[in-house]
Design a protein around this ligand. Sequence first.
Ligand SMILES: [Fe+2]
Length: 193
Amino acid sequence: MASSLAWNHNGFLHRQSKGFKPHPSKPTLPKAPSSSLRTPKRYSLPPEKIEVFKSLEGWVSHCILPLVKPVEKSWQPRDFLPDSSLPVEDFNNKVRALRERAIELPDDYLVVLVGDMITEDALPTYQTRLNQLDGVADNTGSSKSPWAVWTRAWTAEENRHGDLLKTYLYLSGRVDMLMIERTIHYLIANGIV
Ligand SMILES: [Fe+2]
């Protein structure tokens, strides 16, 4: 059946089949968001601080970024966790051993690990905040500017910490994962208020 594009009465283009009768009212475009939504809030630095960060870009490129290990040479959470590619019985034995060791952990330790892990898991919020700062922001999401490269490398590093802690705590059976996951959900959904 032949079809063509047409505006619907909500202001969106849609495909209509031949014989379709357009809505009699004039097409309207979706309402533009209010100016407070259109313009993201920025936490710009004072000009003199922006100048400092700009002046440090060469130093970041030559002294900091070379310290970031290539992905292939970096440890990954799996390196410290039961290997799920093992046969089921071997994997189960590894998890059982992990849980037996975790029984010995005092509650105080677990509180610290949970606090650390929840903090790591709010990385989207931190990355968003860093990218609101003029002078260091990653304006494209894949900017080559030294500060933007560093921010992405730092986020990827911290993300591994959170993944390791979360999987370890999950397997340990010592913590209430539902409450932890709800806390992370609230934390990321609310952002920095
Ligand atoms: Fe960390």
